[in-house]
Structure formats: structure tokens, C-alpha cells
Design a protein around this ligand. Structure first.
Ligand SMILES: *[C@@H]1O[C@H](CO)[C@@H](O)[C@H](O)[C@H]1NC(C)=O
Ligand SMILES: *[C@@H]1O[C@H](CO)[C@@H](O)[C@H](O)[C@H]1NC(C)=O
Ligand SMILES: *[C@@H]1O[C@H](CO)[C@@H](O)[C@H](O)[C@H]1NC(C)=O
Length: 424
């Protein structure tokens, strides 16, 4: 982590004494650290409180220490307050060898598929988050959006996602920030595959394309297999993908306990040549029951001082067993096939931009991207049909309809803030 306010001499002293964490960047379809080693994400979704979990360093210390035991090298955080002081927490995570994958949007600034727009307020808010977190060497990547598109007619929002990508990458470069990858985190919707992933990287101008793609997938539940889970089908769609791809959420919980058998596949011989790891949903146990740890037993939410949903949100993390150890053992035993940056000569080129199909994918090829301030109106689309396509029941096997949606995860405070969609 860099302290830009230090005098040059002080920086020199610091640099020679502290072992800096290597930075992460993209080459071809893989991530590499600045030592030239390929990087695979082993992450956990981390959003203890809705506004910002990276402020309270005592809490970060407690969690980072246990994450290190788990074998995690990454956290994903969905929302932060860019005006907060994140130096202590980011340093704590860096010391534990843990990187941050951060969503740039806040509750009020995300791009919405029902009313797509990309305006100056959104741009400024995204820029503030980038300004704050580009300072830290363990910031691994930014998400420009999370599950923005979930329906066929919602696909008209895709050019808005790409416009935001264009503007944040241009801002990063104009400000001479490190080349921090800017990517997108997609809902696993069968009917939008593979158009969305291809669209976000298509065209000849990489300044307008995402640097990586990530998928929130809950297809592998209980004892399953590479073929039976649907992962083989996901894999078939990415073997020619020109940028890194990984699971930005995984960890179906419909069968307890979770054994995380999918980690063996993701980091195994079939998938690891193409995928860059996974982020497990999620660290804290709350009403949706995806937790790897809890901060103690649920309390009566109506008792004085109780957290709104009764799930303690701070303190000493206690592993949820056997899930926690199952995941630790999976990560301990996997050995993905990897390559050194120096030996890697990328050859893949961007995929063609998908054609429009009414109600399925309504963006006609490589359309001109919206400019800042533009709001979608149907005249922008080449197709007039805007029938909504329901995600197919098999597009995810996320589980029982009562489980809190992990779409648009607003992990903090459980169901109270869930605005996501529930498949099934
Ligand atoms: C900009 O977009 C955000 C998010 O969609 C919206 O809440 C806000 O009202 C928009 N601002 C203007 C000035 O249109
Ligand atoms: C897509 O269809 C749904 C349901 O009919 C509607 O609410 C939504 O506004 C439509 N989206 C767009 C971008 O037209
Ligand atoms: C690529 O896109 C950027 C951002 O939209 C634009 O400034 C640049 O002119 C484009 N380059 C080409 C060759 O079209």
C-alpha cells in the first residue's frame, strides 16, 4: 500500500523494510501478479454491514486472520463509502496476503436494466470509489456492475454497462492510476449466455471492453460433478474467451453441509486452463444461511441493542462447521494448471458482437455506446419487441425460493435490503 503523502525519503525507507504485496494485472485471459506468477482467486464475499465493511480495523484484523487460515487470498466487497478511511483495513488484508475485488456502485448509483442510464452522478460516484481504492496495492479489480442484466429485454442495458466501463477505464488511465482491471459480475442466466459475456468484450476497441468477466453461479449443489452440475457447459462457452473469467459468487447451500466439491472442478484440469478461481458466497452467517463464520448465536432482533435481523455482525469470527473446514481442505488440495507470465503468449481475439434476437438479446451487434447523460429509450434499440424473458428454471439451481436472493447482493442486514430476484 502506498502512502502518497509521505516524503520521498520516507517512502524509500518504507519500501525497503515492508514486503509489499505484488499487484495484480491482466495478460490475455489470465491474471498475473507483479512477480510474474499466475493468480487464481480464492475469495469470500465480505459485507458485514451495508455501508462499508472496510473501516473498522479491529474487525478487519479478526477476520483477516481467520481468512488466512481458510486459505483465502481475496475478498469481494459490494459497497463502500469512498469518503471513509480504508488504510488500516486494506493494510491488514494486505499483510494477510488478501486482495480486494470491489464493486464501484452504491445502492443509488448502479445501472438498472428497467431504466438504463449512465449519468454524470453515477460516473462521479464510481470515480470516487476508484480514487480511494486505487491507492492500495492489494486492490485487485473493480466491478462496474453486479447482475445488472437478468432478462432478455433488460439486455438493452448492456451498452450502458459498456459505456461505464469505457469511462472508468479512461478515467483510470487519465489519472495515471495503476492498470487495475475493470470487469463485470453477471447473474447466471441461461438465456443471456453467452451473449452478455461476449458482448462485453466484443469489438475491436479494447478501451470499451471489460478487462475481465465474472459469474455468480449456484449450479453445483451437494454431491455433483463437472458434467452434472452444468459446469462443463459453462466451460464450453469460455475456452476462446480473450479475458480472464472467474466465479464472483458460488457456493450453493441447498444441501447441507456444504462440501464445496465444485472447487475441485474450478481449479482442476478441465477448467483451470480457462478459469481464474472463485469467490465463495459468503463470509458472515445471516438469514440466507450462506455463512462460513458467525459472530455468535442469533439473538432476538427486538431485544435492546440487537442487530436488525438478530445476526451479530461483529466480534470474533467462529467457523460454521463442517463447511469452513471443508472449504479450507478443498483449497488446500487443489493445484490449478498455471503458467508464468513470461512464458505466456496470448493469441485469443475478441469474439464477434452477438446479433439481436427479439426478447432474448436486443442489442444489435456493435452499437454506438451511450454517452454520459444518455437514458435508454426504445428508439435506441433496433428491435421494438421488449417482451421479458424469464430466466429458465434450470439456469441456476440456487435452491429454495425462501432463501434470500443473492442477486444484487446487499449482503448486509439480511433480507431487509434484498432487492434481488429469486429464481425458481
Ligand atoms: C442518475 O442515475 C441514478 C441511478 O440510476 C439515478 O438515481 C439518478 O436519479 C440519476 N440522476 C439524474 C440527474 O438523472
Ligand atoms: C422489460 O419488461 C419488463 C416487464 O414487462 C418491464 O417492467 C421493463 O421496464 C422492461 N425493460 C425495458 C428496458 O423496457
Ligand atoms: C476507442 O474507444 C475510445 C473510447 O470510446 C475512443 O476514445 C477511441 O477513439 C477509440 N479508438 C478507435 C480506434 O476507435
Amino acid at each position: 500500500m502506498r502512502f502518497s503523502t509521505f516524503a520521498a525519503g520516507a517512502v524509500g525507507i518504507l519500501a525497503s523494510t515492508a514486503a509489499a504485496i505484488p499487484t495484480i494485472s491482466v495478460k490475455g485471459s489470465k491474471f498475473f501478479d507483479s512477480n510474474g506468477n499466475q493468480f487464481f482467486v480464492k475469495g469470500v464475499a465480505y459485507q458485514l454491514v451495508p455501508d462499508d465493511p472496510l473501516i473498522d480495523n479491529n474487525q478487519c484484523k479478526l477476520d483477516a486472520a481467520l481468512m488466512k487460515e481458510l486459505g483465502a487470498n481475496s475478498i469481494r466487497v459490494y459497497h463502500v463509502d469512498p469518503s471513509g478511511d480504508h488504510r488500516a483495513c486494506m493494510s491488514t488484508f494486505a499483510d494477510a496476503g488478501i486482495y480486494l475485488w470491489l464493486d464501484l456502485d452504491t445502492f443509488t448509483t448502479q445501472i438498472e436494466q428497467d431504466k438504463p442510464q449512465w449519468n454524470a452522478t453515477q460516473l462521479e460516484e464510481f470515480q470516487k470509489v476508484m480514487d480511494e481504492f486505487q491507492k492500495f496495492d492489494n486492490t485487485a479489480g473493480f466491478f462496474i456492475g453486479n447482475e445488472v442484466l437478468t432478462t432478455g429485454n433488460g439486455s438493452v442495458a448492456a451498452p450502458y454497462v459498456k459505456a461505464a466501463t469505457r469511462d472508468l477505464k479512461a478515467y483510470r488511465d487519465r489519472k495515471k492510476y495503476r492498470n487495475i482491471p475493470v470487469g463485470y459480475s453477471a447473474a447466471d442466466i441461461a438465456t443471456l449466455r453467452p451473449m452478455l459475456q461476449n458482448y462485453l468484450t466484443c469489438g475491436s476497441n479494447s478501451s470499451e471492453s471489460i478487462d475481465f468477466f465474472a459469474l455468480n453461479a449456484y449450479e453445483w449443489c451437494g454431491q455433483n460433478t463437472y458434467a452434472g452440475s452444468g459446469y462443463s457447459a459453462l466451460n464450453a462457452m469460455v475456452t476462446q474467451y480473450p479475458v480472464p473469467i472467474f466465479f464472483s459468487e458460488t457456493g450453493c447451500n441447498t444441501v447441507a453441509p456444504r462440501d464445496f466439491g465444485d472447487q475441485g472442478a474450478i481449479f482442476g484440469k478441465d477448467m483451470s486452463p480457462y478459469w481464474s478461481g472463485s469467490i465463495i458466497y459468503e463470509w458472515i452467517e445471516e438469514s440466507n444461511h450462506y455463512g462460513l463464520i458467525s459472530y455468535g448465536a442469533k439473538v432476538d432482533a427486538s431485544s435492546p441493542g440487537a442487530p436488525p435481523d438478530g445476526f451479530p455482525r461483529s466480534g470474533t469470527p467462529i467457523p460454521v462447521q463442517p463447511d469452513f473446514s471443508n472449504l479450507a481442505n478443498q483449497w488446500k488440495t487443489v493445484s490449478p494448471s498455471s503458467i508464468k507470465a513470461a512464458d505466456y503468449k496470448p493469441t485469443l481475439t475478441p469474439p464477434p458482437c452477438p446479433d439481436a434476437t427479439p426478447g432474448v438479446w436486443e442489442v444489435k451487434g456493435n452499437v454506438v455506446l451511450p454517452s454520459v447523460g444518455q437514458t435508454f429509450n426504445s428508439a435506441d434499440a433496433t428491435k421494438t419487441s421488449s417482451g421479458s424473458v424469464q430466466p429458465s428454471a434450470t439456469s441456476t439451481k440456487k435452491g429454495d425460493a425462501n432463501s434470500l436472493s443473492v442477486g444484487h447482493v446487499l449482503a448486509g442486514l439480511g433480507g431487509a435490503v434484498a432487492v434481488g430476484f429469486c429464481l425458481l
